[in-house]
Design a binder for this molecule. Structure first.
Ligand code: AMP
Ligand code: ZN
Length: 468
């Protein structure tokens, strides 16, 4: 398996630190607002990487943080007159809902910056002890970039050139030794959340949290560190400096970065105001269409969001789902029979598309080509599965299609279909609750269904339901 490593700017053969295991860290969002579909790109891309690694039999430890202490969160809290914790708790819950709707698997651990302050204090102290950090008069602790000689190795920037270009950017009032020194700890301002520390009452800088969480949950050296390409510099460069200065070991062996999701060929971002939230797109489309749209491009290429491309994605997904529905119908219609010799041969032939899918994924997760292989598989089954097929052939074909779609995180069921199933499960649960005389739960479910616009009718054949 080959992975493009930002560190070497090359595709490299993937060799995990420990056989059969992958330790992976993906920088997560700062939680002060609903996430936009640009933020969803790394979530979808690296969830797909994880799914493929798991399909290959690796046990993946997947860690992705929520940055829950930050200027933007504090600003939003002040605007609303609530605490910063209230803002971050709210938007973590919203983000988790969006991730579930995008069929992004829960991380093995979703650490929160505010829960890891002790680890940050320890790492900063280690950096101080080793001479990699210093305290300015106002209590701010900075990382001494000049002392970390490989600084710039990820972004392939030369510190001296950078410094020449940055000499004028010294912010007044800052007491840094050097313009590229970055904050590890900063003093509190009135009304802000703060923690005690040996340097001042204050809070951590942004970069230190990822270094600490990656080490705590995965170890000193990890296999894959990932995020959007805007994080290469300075965020990931600074993470490397902190972790490697503190532990004297390589921080991550493979650095993966996704390209931007653009709109009118400009990066979608909160600050430019040119964004759509996942929630907004979810009102217009089944979010599986968004997932399919994202995976139709290579993760390192820029991707321009447009209605035309979303329509194309919607049509493509529909083609796959129609084939799956057809196979599901055949499953119900065909007689229980083993494959004929001819079908066994056909099924073996269809493996060529699985191989094509796998070799696309093995080549730096080329999901665009993997999706093409799925289309070819669909075409093959459309041609070869029919009313005269054995049930075994139909079932195996369905399972093969499902396996590939599962790797991409694409659900074969349509949204309405899965909603119907959810409603039916609730109705069944309500019946069971009534039987057990748990009327409180039964009423609660009735209210939930009512809110969903579902009308219930007791008939002799059982409970019937319809949409209001
Ligand atoms: P933020 O909350 O801005 O720190 O972003 C969280 C993650 O989303 C990071 O990995 C960013 O690199 C990524 N990201 C933000 N905007 C975009 C975009 N327009 N396209 C792709 N990735 C993005
Ligand atoms: Zn990070």
């Amino acid at each position: 398996m080959k992975i493009y490593n930002t560190l070497s700017r090359q595709k490299e053969e993937f060799v995990p630190l420990e056989e059969g295991k992958v330790k992976m860290y993906v920088c997560g969002p700062t939680v002060y607002n609903l996430i936009h579909i640009g933020n969803a790109r790394p979530m979808l891309v690296f969830d797909t990487v994880r799914r493929y690694l798991e399909y290959k039999g690796f046990e993946v430890a997947y860690v992705s943080n929520f940055t829950d202490v930050d200027d933007k969160i504090i600003k939003k809290a002040v605007e609303e007159g609530v605490s910063a914790a209230e803002i971050s708790t709210r938007y973590i819950a919203e983000c988790k809902k969006d991730m579930a709707d995008l069929n992004v698997k829960e991380a093995t651990v979703h650490p929160l910056a505010t829960q890891e302050i002790d680890g940050m204090l320890k790492m900063i102290q280690t950096l101080m002890d080793r001479g990699y950090a210093y305290r300015a008069e106002d209590g701010t602790v900075y990382f001494r970039t000049k002392k970390f000689l490989p600084y710039g190795k990820l972004s392939h920037k030369n510190l001296e050139e950078l410094q020449a270009g940055h000499r004028e950017i010294q912010v007044t009032g800052e007491q840094k030794e050097d313009s590229f020194d970055f904050v590890l700890w900063k003093p509190k301002k009135e009304g802000e959340p703060y923690w005690e520390s040996p340097w001042c009452e204050g809070r951590p800088g942004w970069h230190i949290e990822c270094s600490v969480m990656a080490q705590k949950y995965l170890g000193d050296t990890i296999d894959i560190h990932a995020g959007g390409e805007d994080l290469i510099f300075p965020h990931h460069e600074n993470e490397i400096a902190q972790s490697e200065a503190a532990h004297e070991k390589p921080f991550a062996n493979y650095w993966m970065h996704n390209g931007f999701l653009n709109i009118d060929h400009k990066k979608m971002s909160k600050s430019l105001g040119n964004f759509f939230t996942v929630r907004e797109i979810g009102e217009e489309y089944d979010l599986q269409v968004l997932r399919f749209f994202m995976l139709s491009a290579h993760y390192r290429s820029p991707l321009n969001f447009s209605r035309e491309l979303m329509e194309a994605a919607s049509n493509g997904l529909e083609r796959i789902r129609t084939a799956a529905d057809h196979l599901a119908d055949l499953k119900a219609q065909t007689r229980e029979e083993a494959m004929t010799a001819e079908e066994t041969e056909l099924f073996a032939q269809s493996h060529a598309f699985v191989e094509k899918f796998e070799s696309a994924m093995e080549d730096d997760f080329n999901t665009a080509d993997a999706v093409s292989a799925v289309f070819e598989l669909v075409r093959f089954f459309n041609t070869h599965a029919g009313e005269s097929s054995s049930r075994d052939f139909v079932e195996c074909s369905y399972a093969r299609l499902q396996t590939l779609c599962d790797i991409l995180g694409i659900e074969l069921q349509r949204q309405a279909q899965s909603l119907d199933e959810e409603i039916e499960a609730l109705i069944e649960e309500r019946q069971a609750a009534r039987k057990q005389k748990n009327f409180a739960r039964a009423d609660e479910i009735r209210d939930t269904l009512q809110k969903m616009g579902i009308l219930l009718e007791d008939t002799r054949e059982g409970v019937k339901w319809k949409r209001a």
